[in-house]
Ligand binder design. Sequence first.
Ligand SMILES: [Zn+2]
Length: 119
Amino acid sequence: MKIKRELLDMILAVSKDNHPDEVVALMAGRKGIAEELVFLPFEGGRTSAIIHMDMLPLGMRIIGTFHSHPSPNPYPSSADLQMFSRYGRYHIIVAYPYTMDSWKCFDRNGREVEVEIVE
Ligand SMILES: [Zn+2]
């Protein structure tokens, strides 16, 4: 999976700004490169975000999801895995303290995947 550096910077900043609340968004883009976030209304607490897919702009290609963890644990919970299996192929979790060293990317089965950062 590939992600624009700008988007990764934004993900880290948004996560930090919302601490200790969790942030959930979709990652959208073209040709498998995540370029932008799509913030949608969601319900639920830290482990049970429900994304309303009918709010998605037409023509937007979803690559996966991103969400933050207000704890130092960057690994998916069982609720996260349920979300992963529903929206896109790649899923980023940013854990506290929301730095370049505190995030990971997973596939829909919760296996960690390599991410290439592109300019
Ligand atoms: Zn989570």
